[in-house]
Design a protein around this ligand. Sequence first.
Ligand code: AMP
Length: 195
Amino acid sequence: MNIILFGPPGAGKGTQATQLATNHNLLHISTGDILRAAIKEGTPLGIEAKHYVESGGLVPDSVIIGLVREVLQANIGPDRGFLLDGFPRTVEQARALDTLFRDIDIKDVRIVILIAPEEELVGRMLKRGVELGRKDDTEETIRHRLEVYTAQTSPVRAYYEETRQVSEVDGLGRVEEVAARIDKALRQSPPALHW
Ligand code: AMP
């Protein structure tokens, strides 16, 4: 099994993804984590991505698609599944992922969207900004990230819903409650077999 976990910023994707990946022995691929690590290390990717990440915009599709392609091609095989967290974030990324799945013959992919009301998302991100010192978790940048989500990422859901089943999970409540809802959704959702 492979999983695409998406949803607005602050919905709890990272927290849930970490646990889910461990439970199902999946490689957890968080594009946000990869970018933050690259920025910290000052690699060419980090230097290119810094401005976008810190201002709450999206890193260009060409950069992020190349990155995900490399990571998946290098690590994924018949006995190693993955959990994508934070990718795809645009319809162009979703299309590129379709092509990649065809190229490397990936079939069993479950798509889960984690949602929460906007005020909850803002509250969680502000809290995280204080706790983790994330530069993009300030009020102004948070509002911008939510706008970016609505404009560029929410169409990904419609894109998938045209041809595949998307499981919507309520991200409100305790971490374990949300995890149980995701597990239930995964048990009920048929794999998307055609890419
Ligand atoms: P996240 O940790 O998923 O909230 O991502 C943090 C930031 O990394 C985002 O606000 C974007 O600037 C950048 N980022 C992460 N994933 C992507 C992606 N798939 N496409 C473009 N930018 C991304």
